[in-house]
Design a protein around this ligand. Structure first.
Ligand code: HEM
Length: 117
């Protein structure tokens, strides 16, 4: 499940970058397709992450669930920020602060996934 989770978010980041660049180029048709594929990847991230969260929460041997909740909130925030950035780019807007939030949240999520958990 962990492998599927990592593959899903890696693919999401790749498709997100492609969709962003296509929006930047003004290619509305192709960017829409890649945006939809990115959204499909969100579902895979949510499915795999949600399954692992469920398994951990129903495991009575795990005492401290705090870091898991933090990891989940961070992961959900990364997905939210990717979607916000794409929708804004589609409208022709670029908000620098969203990129700042994206990178901070993304790096923190990886730190939590790999170092804390
Ligand atoms: C784009 C968003 C996300 C990124 C970049 C991300 C990143 C990661 C990373 C790097 C790991 C560690 C994998 C490993 O041990 O090799 C991980 C594990 C995990 N993630 Fe995510 N994640 C994201 C979204 C989510 C969401 C939305 C949830 C919950 C619904 C979630 C729940 C989990 C859980 C439960 C683990 C297992 C931790 C463990 O077994 O050590 N993740 N994630």
């Amino acid at each position: 499940m962990t492998h599927a989770h990592v593959t899903s978010w890696l693919l999401a980041v790749v498709f997100f970058a492609v969709a962003y660049m296509l929006y930047k180029k003004g290619d509305q048709k192709k960017s829409k397709i890649f945006h939809m594929i990115t959204r499909l990847m969100y579902l895979l991230i949510l499915g795999t992450g949600g399954k692992m969260i469920f398994d951990y929460f129903t495991d009575p041997t795990i005492v401290n669930r705090g870091p898991l909740v933090v990891k989940m909130i961070l992961g959900l925030s990364v997905i939210g920020l990717m979607e916000i950035i794409l929708v804004q780019k589609k409208r022709g807007e670029t908000k620098f602060m969203n990129w700042v939030f994206f990178w901070i949240t993304f790096l923190l999520t990886m730190y939590y996934g790999w170092m804390v958990l």
